[in-house]
Each structure stands twice: as C-alpha cells, then as structure tokens.
Design a protein around this ligand. Structure first.
Ligand code: SAH
Length: 487
C-alpha cells in the first residue's frame, strides 16, 4: 500500500507502547496510533517500511468496548500518557498481559510455571494527580511566548501543558509563576537547536506525606537574575495555593468524588517551599540534569516519609513518583525477601536507600549500592535520620562493587530500564543467595535477566506481581521473587 491510501481494519493487538496493531486487506501489518484492541477503524497510511507500516485513524467505525473519552485535552499529542483512551480496567489488563507476554516470550517461561499475581491498581477509576515529580521543558512558541509542557511522543517539540492531570495541582501555579518571573525579568528560554537561552527545565517535587515542595530550575548558565524576587514569588504562589485548598476543604468543597490519591496524606501537611535550587547544565544534551547544584532557598533536598521512615531527597536523586503505589511496591519487595532478621542483604541500585532501610528493619545487615553520589549522600543521611545503623551505603556501579561485598543471603535489585549489567548477573550466580527480589520498571529487560538467572536451573521463578505506578502511561512496575534451586 502507498502513503495516504485508506483501509478498514479491526485493531487486533497493541504494542508494548500502547500503539494499535491492524492489518490491511492484503494482510500487511500497520501500527495505528490511538487504536485499541477491538476498535474497527478506517485508517490512512502514513509510512510504509519493508515488513510493516504506520497509519493514522481517519474514523472510528466501531469503538472497542474498552474505549473511553480521554479526560485530558492533550491526550494523544503529549508523549506522557498514551492509554487515556482506554478504561482504567482495560489499562490494568493491558499492563498484566504485557508483563506476562515478556516473561513467556523473552524469558522463555511457560505459563503456569510461575505464580502470576494480579496487578496492584487503584480501584475502579484511573487515579489523577498522583505524581510527586514533574520535569517540564521550557521553550518558546512560534509567537515567541515562553511555554512549558511535555514533549510530543518521540520528539522534542513541546506540547504546552500547565495543568497536567497526573501532577499535583500546585504544579500548574508554579509553572505560571516561573513564566511570569521570566517574562518580567527578560529571562530567556533555552533553545535546543542553537544551544542558546537560559532556562531549560523546571522540576517540581513534592513530599506527599510532608507537604514539602522542592523546585529546581535547570539552567544553561551560572545564575538567574532577581533571585530574591523569584524566591518570594514562588513562596507566595505555594502559600496561596495551600490557603485556597485548605479553605476549600474546610468549606467541604474538595472534589470528593474525584479519585484523588493521597487525599488524606496531602491534606495533613500544608504545602511549603523547603528547597529552591539551580542545576547547571551547559551541555548540548538530552540529559536533563547537570552535576552542579546551587541552593537558592532552603535545603538542597526535600524530606518525605514512607511508612514511618523519613527520606531526604536531592533533585539529583531518584525517588519513586507514586507515593501510594510505592508503599505497595516496597511492601511486596519486603514480603518476597522473607527476612527473619539474620540475613545479610544487598540492595543494589538503591537510590536514596528507600528499600534498604525497610529491609534493614528486618535483616542483620544491609549493603546498599548506587551510582549517583548525591543519592548515596541522601541514603547515609536517611539511615542516620531514622536511627538505622545496620546498613552500609557505597557509591559506584553495582556490577563493580558487588564482587567486593560480603556474601549475601538475599539480593534485591531495582535497576533502571536497561536492566542489570551482565557482569552483575554473573556475580549473583557466583554467590548464589537463597533469594533474589527483582524490582523492575521494564518487563522486557526483566524477562531477559530472569532467563539468565534461571538458566541451568540455578533459580526458580516464583512470583510475579505487577504494580500500577504510572497510571495512564504504558509504563509498569513489577516485583518478582526467585528462590535458589537446591539439588
Ligand atoms: N531502589 C531505589 C532506586 C531505583 S531507580 C528506589 O526505589 O528509590 C534505579 C537506580 O539505579 C537509580 O537511582 C540510578 O541512579 C541507579 N543506577 C543506575 N545505574 C546503576 C549502576 N550501574 N549501578 C548502581 N546504580 C545504578
């Protein structure tokens, strides 16, 4: 088929990224953006490759039973949430199937050979305003106005967004405040093509349990003008938001019907700015953050709390974005580790020591390893902050540090999307701990690594438990338990 030719197809499947899959009359496969399984659509060809093509929907002839009206004005354009046109129930099934398929096809595990527990989701309705962190690129629109938003899928074109429905509601106010400050003080937005302009990104992070707000401006320079004014404006914005929200709650005007997560936790702490930082990034790169941080106001971290443990979190440190989901995630990781109090445990890819500190309460000794120095600084502070002394944190690559650690009884790994380094898997297979708990944000690399760990019957894949940490997006978190096979 050629570009712009039209055909009618049922959407028979979806890719891991949530794109619809259909076939033209001659059986050629097309990826159709916005199509969901069960839709019958008229599609127009946009690109043809050797063995597959791309098409766009011209008309939905018969909607899938899972189709809903997206609750977001930029759904389908912004690269953030790609499943908003599916019901939440079908989104959860999609995520379960994606993990099952990866483990069976890439991992080579037969269905029924492992226990697949249902996804931990958030009830009947897709949660809103659940993210505690946002990173908005700053740029200019065609009229020269400063815009913030999200990149369109697979591009660096900014789709203007202020009130993203996955973010805490204060975030929109903060973005408007930063833009007003920039306009008034003639502060320029960074231009990716020329490499000129000052402000690249605005990062907002909120402690959902504490109400602490941390803001970090990523800049292509060493300072911003009128610092005092910026601090005052942001503090005022957050204060006003908090006062209005509290007043609304007192008057019973809160959106009680909305499936807002953490309502009680967030109501408990009044929002306040506790950290305003600049991050210096002068490189022409897609990496958002540079290494250098300058504190303009408060601390170079915010404090949050999960299940009674307090955490300092630097803007440079990783911290799970879904405060409700993370409690289930860590709870499962701990349950799967089956600790009795006598074990030596490794927590690899430990970030600010979140999982490590929960493990430490139930283990003899925990060794945490993480590559970002600021995260390890936070991890050490966090151990002290919570009076936990049976944990040791080391900065470095897990694959380099692991061979030097004392022999473990249990290993927990929580790697980034690319999964575990092969060298690390070799080390694990040399030490052969009783239990491995694998926390993963990418089913494909998880399945690849599980295959290696279970080869030659070293480990048995026991349980797989998905957690819906990123509602609306195609990303999904999984916790897996493996036990050593004894002859
Ligand atoms: N377990 C933590 C962090 C998980 S995110 C939590 O739940 O909060 C993955 C972490 O791995 C990030 O903090 C990242 O900086 C770190 N990382 C990436 N590559 C690494 C490597 N090779 N060795 C150790 N840590 C690494």
């Amino acid at each position: 088929m050629n570009k712009n030719e039209e055909f009618t197809t049922e959407i028979i499947d979806m890719t891991n990224e949530g794109e619809g899959v259909g076939k033209s009359d001659d059986g050629f496969t097309f990826f159709i953006h916005g199509g969901i399984t069960g839709d019958v659509v008229k599609a127009s060809v946009t690109k043809v490759k050797k063995t597959y093509g791309y098409a766009r929907i011209v008309e939905i002839i018969k909607p899938s039973k899972d189709r809903v009206e997206p609750m977001c004005p930029v759904a389908g354009k912004c690269g953030g949430c790609s499943l908003l046109h599916m019901s939440y129930e079908s989104e959860l099934r999609f995520k379960e199937n994606k993990i099952k398929a990866a483990i069976e096809r890439i991992g080579g595990f037969e269905e029924g050979r492992f226990e697949f527990e249902p996804i931990i989701g958030f009830g009947d309705a897709r949660p809103l305003h659940y993210r505690n962190k946002a990173q908005f690129p700053v740029g200019k629109d065609s009229d020269g106005n400063i815009v913030t938003g999200f990149y369109a899928g697979r591009s660096h074109r900014i789709i203007p967004v202020e009130n993203c429905q996955t973010q805490h509601e204060v975030t929109g106010d903060i973005l408007r405040c930063v833009k007003a400050y920039m306009k008034k003080n003639h502060v320029t937005a960074y231009d990716e093509v020329s490499g000129k302009g000052l402000v690249r990104h605005v990062m907002v992070r909120i402690g959902f349990a504490t109400g602490e707000v941390g803001i970090c401006l990523v800049i292509n320079g060493n300072s911003v003008p009128a610092e005092g004014e910026l601090i005052a404006l942001i503090r005022e914005t957050i204060e006003n938001f908090s006062n209005q929200e509290n007043a609304a709650q007192i008057n019973g005007q809160s959106e009680a019907g909305e499936s807002k997560q953490d309502n009680t936790e967030r109501a408990a702490g009044k929002l306040r700015l506790t950290s305003l930082t600049l991050n210096i990034n002068k490189e022409k790169t897609n990496v958002i953050m540079g290494r250098k941080l300058i504190t303009l106001y408060g601390n170079d971290y915010i404090t949050d709390e999960i299940n009674g443990i307090k955490f300092h979190i630097s803007p440079l440190s990783f911290y799970q974005v879904n405060h409700t989901g993370v409690q289930s995630l860590y709870g499962k990781a701990l349950e799967f580790a089956k600790l009795s109090g006598k074990e030596t445990v490794w927590d690899l890819y430990c970030g600010i020591g979140t999982i490590s500190l929960f493990l430490a309460r139930n283990a003899k000794r925990v060794y945490g390893v993480e590559i970002v120095p600021e995260a390890i600084e936070n991890a050490k502070e966090n151990a002290a902050l919570n009076d936990i002394s049976n944990v040791k944190f080391q900065v470095g690559a897990a694959e380099d540090i692991a061979p030097k650690l004392p022999k473990p009884d249990v290993i927990v790994v929580d790697p980034p999307r690319k999964g575990c380094d092969e060298k690390l898997l070799e080390t694990i297979l040399k030490y052969l701990p009783e239990k491995i708990v694998y926390v993963s944000c990418d089913p494909a690399t998880l399945a690849r690594d599980l295959k290696i760990l279970c080869e030659n019957k070293a480990y048995k894949l026991e349980k797989v438990r998905p957690v819906d940490m990123f509602s609306g997006s195609f990303h999904v978190e999984t916790v897996v338990s493996l036990s050593l096979v004894k002859d």
